[in-house]
Ligand binder design. Structure first.
Ligand SMILES: [Zn+2]
Length: 689
């Protein structure tokens, strides 16, 4: 549901800078120095807007801007991530001086422990030894089930940040129940892979075959570094086991199908439907024995993985568990582990040549462990109330524009329109930061214990989620931190989060004409609002219940439009051997069209129903479309672009900029003619909202 992806952010953050830059940025670089207005120098005026709109607006910038060596992608979002990281580092250093035991001091201690590479080096494998010894002591499949249960974490999210990737056997997500809005459900998702998706293990594509060879070598290297016996032979066994897991995994497109995912299993169902794993022992070790049921998101994978627990040798599972512990915590193990992890995940899988400097990784890790504690300090410094009020006013305009668009739809039944408007009125739009902050008093942070801190933070997050059971659903809870450069729709809660860090120049700039702000930030808001009304949103009513509120005729029209859009995107080729999967990206592409349309209406409403005034000779409508394409200004390394084409629900940025070809106003603004590459005849332009 996210506008950018988590993978993109992680990749953007997982980048390196020159080794000399081992100290955090100075205070001077904490200012947002982005100039106001359009950026003529970043354009490529030789290109016709109708041939390649992304390149017309961004071609000059693309040609002149290298991707920094420590980055797998670079652009506006990455720049804001960089600025925000420097600001957060500054905040953390102040926090480090707070009294011991305070929340601020936890932030400081977490960061400095992570940063202290000399100490991490001197401790060697000692901090992870108890975990490895626990795994080594496993003697039976019952012990194994207990270990799987002990390792369960709240590290996946099926509908909000859409993160389906966990190296644990399964992942837990705690969110409002799809079938009963008044309570929380525990969702159990497939897991267990070390590479990002089953395709990496199974696809015949030559790039993925090469990734497999590299991954096997990576496993062997990790085992070698840990001094394990027969690393090559063991790596082969672990790799074969993961390949067997991949074979029972649901593909990404299926993971996104909520109707296939709504499978409530009572406790007693697990042994019957997924024999092979001692579920009683598993749930007891996970602290979940008293749960009456779970929603099993991937039933076939759950059955398949449980069967593998029974059929595969205990010794292989033990080696697999030890490897994953080392692999998951590599960044807080000696440098050789962290470097090896980056060599595979950073360079091989994402194409990034150089690892990010330690302090940036430490900021990232602190954000992961104590995100809202950091966010509280960030907001106090960088998100004044007047900024929040301005964005809230834009949100109100956008929602008004949606209301009008719904009224005007000729294909939607009156009853459906009424429910759509009810859903708009109950939509909870969060701007900047959450209503209430997470209480971190239960998290113990020990100075000098980087690995222990990381383990305790994961466990704290897990227990925090378990504690939600039995309490009313908190619709004000956020799934992103305020210092995240992104935005998200939470479909089950019928809520949106717009973090403070994305609400700054160049995307949102109070100095710019409203046309530009509505295109860059308003289209993002519209994108997220529209998720409440897209193919996913149509399945959740105003209360967040999984209950389709459309008539069959509404749905038929919507699906036909969706099919046309999927076909439009399936024709795009980011590389000669790859076409985009329009089905996999359909929800996001619909949201892009709907968001852009609503943003256009809202900008016109804000100008009294007329085109906005020109800026340096550029018409209001041109400003609008150019600011939209500008907001997608990004360059991505090939390896990461290939990874995203498989795992991402979003189209690559340059194709998202081309959303404009579905809007009549774009043709008028740039005089786009038949024969130009992006030209679509009026009947081929997809109009959904
Ligand atoms: Zn989205």
């Amino acid at each position: 549901m996210t506008q950018i992806t988590l993978a993109a952010l992680v990749a953007a953050l997982a980048l390196a800078a020159p080794a000399a830059a081992q100290a955090p940025a100075t205070a001077q670089s904490l200012e947002n120095t982005h100039p106001a207005g359009l950026d003529p120098a970043g354009m490529d005026a030789k290109i016709k807007p109708g041939d390649d709109f992304f390149a017309y607006v961004n071609g000059g910038w693309v040609a002149a801007t290298p991707i920094p060596a420590d980055r797998s992608a670079w652009g506006i979002s990455a720049e804001l991530v960089e600025l925000t990281t420097a600001r957060v580092a500054d905040i953390i250093q102040t926090a480090a001086k707070a009294p011991p035991g305070s929340e601020a001091r936890k932030i400081g201690d977490y960061y400095s422990s992570y940063l202290d590479e000399a100490r991490i080096e001197s401790l060697g494998l000692k901090p992870i030894q108890p975990t490895l010894a626990r795994i080594a002591a496993i003697k039976t499949k019952k012990d194994l089930a207990a270990e799987f249960g002990r390792e369960l974490r709240a590290d996946v999210d099926a509908l909000n940040s859409t993160n389906f990737d966990t190296s644990h056997l399964f992942g837990l997500w705690v969110e409002q129940d799809l079938n009963d809005p008044k309570r929380y459900a525990g969702y159990l998702l497939q897991g267990g892979l070390g590479m990002p998706d089953r395709d990496y293990y199974l696809s015949a594509n030559a790039h993925m075959a090469a990734d497999r060879t590299a991954y096997k070598a990576h496993i062997a290297k990790v085992l070698t570094l840990a001094g394990m016996a027969e690393p090559e032979a063991t790596a082969q066994k672990i790799f074969d086991l993961e390949t067997a897991i991949a074979k029972v995994h649901a593909p990404r497109a299926e993971s996104e199908d909520v109707l296939k995912a709504n499978n409530p299993w009572a406790m007693a169902d697990f042994a019957k439907k997924a024999p092979g794993l001692d579920w009683t022992t598993y749930f007891a070790a996970a602290g979940l024995s008293t749960r009456p049921q779970f929603i099993v998101w991937h039933p076939k994978a759950t059955t398949g993985e449980a069967a593998l627990v029974a059929s595969q040798p205990l010794a292989t599972w033990k080696a697999y568990l030890a490897y994953h512990q080392l692999n998951d915590f590599s960044n807080v193990l000696p440098k050789a582990f962290a470097d090896e992890r980056f060599a595979f995940y950073g360079t091989t899988l994402s194409g990034t040549p150089q690892q990010q400097v330690r302090w940036k990784r430490a900021v990232n890790a602190t954000n992961g462990a104590l995100g809202e504690a950091v966010g509280k300090l960030y907001v106090a410094e960088y998100f004044p109330p007047e900024q929040k009020a301005k964005v809230q006013a834009m949100v109100a305009d956008l929602i008004a524009a949606f209301r009008v668009r719904i009224d005007k739809l000729d294909w939607m039944a009156p009853a459906t329109k009424a429910e759509a408007k009810r859903k708009l009125s109950t939509l909870k739009v969060g701007v900047g930061y959450p209503d209430r902050w997470i209480d971190y008093s239960g998290l113990k942070v020990v100075a000098g214990d980087a690995l222990g801190n990381a383990q305790r933070a994961e466990l704290f997050e897990y227990r925090r989620n378990l504690a939600k059971f039995g309490h009313p659903v908190d619709r004000g809870e956020w799934s992103m931190t305020p210092q995240t450069v992104n935005a998200v729709n939470l479909p089950v809660k019928n809520a949106l989060n717009f973090p403070a860090a994305i609400l700054q120049p160049p995307d949102f700039d109070a100095r710019n004409p409203v046309a530009m702000n509505f295109a860059a930030t308003g289209a993002t808001i519209g994108h997220e609002v529209s998720h409440s009304f897209d193919d996913q949103g149509a399945m959740f009513n105003a209360d967040g219940q999984l209950k389709n509120w459309w008539t069959p005729a509404d749905l038929a029209h919507f699906q036909a439009s969706g099919k046309a859009l999927a076909e439009q995107y399936s024709k795009y080729r980011p590389f000669p051997d790859i076409t985009l999967n329009g089905e996999q990206m359909l929800s996001e592409n619909i949201a892009d069209i709907a968001g852009l349309n609503a943003a256009y209406d809202a900008y016109r409403i804000a100008n009294g129903g007329k085109e906005g005034p020109p800026l340096n000779g550029v018409s209001g409508d041109r400003q609008f479309f150019m600011a939209f394409a500008h907001s997608w200004r990004t360059k991505t390394r090939e390896a990461l672009a290939r990874q995203r084409a498989v795992t991402d629900g979003h189209a690559p940025a340059e194709f998202r900029a081309d959303t404009v070809r579905n809007m009549d106003a774009w043709y008028a603004a740039f005089d786009v003619k038949p024969g130009e590459k992006l030209y679509l005849a009026p009947a081929e332009r997809v109009r959904i909202w």
